[in-house]
Design a protein around this ligand. Structure first.
Ligand code: AMP
Length: 569
């Protein structure tokens, strides 16, 4: 009998895991530094999972609740989380924030306060453990709450989770909610873990990931029918594919050395768009793979007229002023806009230049060489709103320099040199696309802290601490933007960043890193005051990179490179 119970319990375990087991996995992975070992641990774990858990675990391990392209969003910030935790732990929000400052780790602070909470009628010991699926379902429910008193209703669901989960589980829940799990599981590890777990090559997993952009779906396919089922996965019109990215080339000459005869295009200073058309349906995705279709009705209309039943295109949209490219800031008045869309449409005309085609009428085109994809692109034709980006095919430095000069004169940012033989590699920043720009390279940095101003500016955050990424993904401060910001700009920035404050000490605040600043600077200096040993001299804000998230900021390695480059000048 005992045996039977143990056995049936075991079978139940194999079928559906508890949230605690998931958190234990996170803790284990966090404690391992070897990538190979992490891959092994995850690979073994995946083997035990039933289909429903397989849909969840890869996403959560990589620190997100929903795929980045999914429109679902939890819609809760640190403040709602702190409110729920302090209510459950019966302490003030201020005390909780104080502890967060002390520990420097929100998850840990939450765990500590919940451990100390007065025990109610039902303690964790005698209540049922929540399964991973139950916790996930509650997160989905939170994302679905909208309308009247939605914040309170979301907080109530959070209170339910925090009062039911153990303090240990609450640590990981908090990190997940704040999108700060950071246990070191990136795409590479996940790909290799899946490959090992299902006994299939990394290349096959990588290939499927390029197409569907979702490890969960890949795991489910493999569990259902192995490699055969995986091969059936296809690009789906309506689901964005990661964008192919470019590397820097210092100048035309160096750029041409890389692939000789190149496809040369203008580099537009606008916003990247991935355009999907399926019959009379149309989707426009931003570089961060958000659905921005509703903000660009004129482009949508033009897309629906394209001579394809179904198609996925890659391009850049710019705003126009008197028929010429307008500064990027002007485009931002339209891009992602939710209100007064039509008024802005009348005020600010746009144009989309298309430079790539990934899929057409049921056919995946990403493996064709660029020169062939370019031929297919020409079927698009052009109109006032949408056209194929002009190109030249050249290996002649003089001719390319001329194209470059003209592009700059016309108001574009620079040029792109592309390898005519290259496939489209989603999400890859390879050498196949090289960008050449005249200006001193700017840096895209995360805003991690700030300081309230004084006097007239006492209610504005007047300076912003900026950080680059090191090779482990940690954010390392490299400078502060404080000058050259008008009151108007400070007001806008304060409004944007205030909800992201995670701690405050006197005037100094710390932000949840979500906002990215593009900054220019006088030069990069060696500085013992900064942890990476480099600091920016006179950094100035060029723009807020609405199109980039913190995972995409520049690295310390890049800062170092630029430091070396400037020495050579
Ligand atoms: P960066 O944002 O500085 O890394 O530069 C790469 C970006 O340039 C791409 O993500 C596109 O948004 C943009 N871009 C502008 N023109 C082109 C082009 N002709 N081909 C590819 N990307 C382009």
């Amino acid at each position: 009998m005992t045996n039977f119970i143990t056995l049936s319990h075991k079978i139940f375990d194999l079928m559906s895991i508890s949230f605690r087991e998931f958190c234990e996995l996170c803790e284990r992975v966090e404690s391992i530094s070897s990538t190979l070992e992490i891959t092994d641990v995850i690979s073994e774990f995946l083997k035990r999972l039933e289909e429903e858990d397989l849909k969840i675990v890869p996403l959560l391990l990589m620190g997100s609740v929903f795929p980045e392209w999914d429109e679902k969003d939890l819609g809760i910030g640190p403040s709602s989380i702190f409110e729920a935790v302090s209510a459950v732990a019966s302490i003030s929000k201020g005390d909780l924030e104080e502890l967060i400052r002390e520990t420097g780790d929100v998850g840990k602070a939450v765990e500590i306060v919940l451990e100390k909470k007065p025990k109610g009628f039902l303690t964790v010991e005698d209540s049922e453990e929540l399964s991973l699926q139950e916790v996930y379902r509650t997160l989905v429910e939170i994302s679905e709450i909208s309308g009247n008193r939605s914040v309170d209703r979301k907080i109530n669901k959070l209170k339910y989770l925090y009062s039911t989960l153990s303090p240990f589980e609450a640590r990981y829940l908090t990190r997940i909610l704040l999108k700060e799990l950071r246990i070191g599981v990136g795409e590479g590890i996940m790909r290799d873990a899946i490959s090992k777990s299902f006994g299939i090559s990394s290349e096959e997993v990588e290939r499927a990931y390029m197409l569907v952009n979702d490890f969960s779906q890949i795991c489910v396919a493999l569990r259902k029918g192995g490699a055969g089922e995986l091969k059936k996965l296809k690009m789906v019109v309506g689901r964005p594919v990661k964008m192919m990215l470019a590397q820097n080339a210092p100048n035309v000459e160096e750029g041409l050395k890389e692939h000789g005869v190149s496809i040369v295009e203008r580099k537009y200073d606008g916003a990247r768009v991935q355009i999907h058309k399926d019959g009379n349906k149309c989707f426009i995705f931003s570089r961060r793979l958000e659905n921005v279709t509703n903000s660009l009705p004129d482009l949508k209309e033009a897309i629906l007229k394209l001579p394809f039943d179904s198609v996925i295109l890659d391009g850049e949209v710019i705003a126009l002023q008197n028929g010429k490219p307008a500064p990027f800031q002007i485009l931002l008045r339209r891009f992602r806009r939710k209100y007064d869309v039509e008024e802005m449409e009348r005020e600010i005309p746009i144009h989309a230049y298309i430079f790539d085609i990934l899929y057409a009428n049921g056919e995946v085109l990403i493996d064709l060489p660029l020169k062939e994809r370019r031929k297919r692109l020409n079927e698009i034709g052009s109109n006032e709103i949408i056209s194929v980006s002009p190109e030249i095919l050249s290996g002649d430095a003089k001719e390319v320099e001329q194209f470059y000069k003209k592009a700059i004169e016309e108001g574009h940012e620079g040029i792109m040199l592309k390898n005519p033989e290259s496939p489209y590699t989603p999400g890859k920043r390879g050498k196949h696309w090289l960008k050449v720009k005249p200006i001193m390279e700017t840096l895209d940095l995360a805003v991690v802290g700030g300081e309230w101003g004084e006097g007239r500016r006492a209610n504005l955050i007047g300076s912003y601490k900026l950080a680059a990424r090191d090779e482990k993904g940690n954010l390392v401060p490299v400078g502060k933007v404080a000058t050259g910001l008008t009151d108007e700009m400070l007001k806008e920035l304060t409004e944007k960043l205030k909800p992201l404050i995670i701690s405050q000490e006197g005037k100094i605040v710390e932000f949840k890193p979500e906002v990215v600043f593009e900054v220019g600077y006088e030069e990069i200096q060696k500085s013992p005051k900064y942890p990476a040993g480099y600091a920016l001299r006179f950094p100035r804000l060029i723009r807020v990179r609405e199109d980039k998230n913190v995972d995409e900021i520049d690295t310390i390695e890049r800062v170092q490179e630029l430091y070396e480059l400037q020495k050579r000048k």
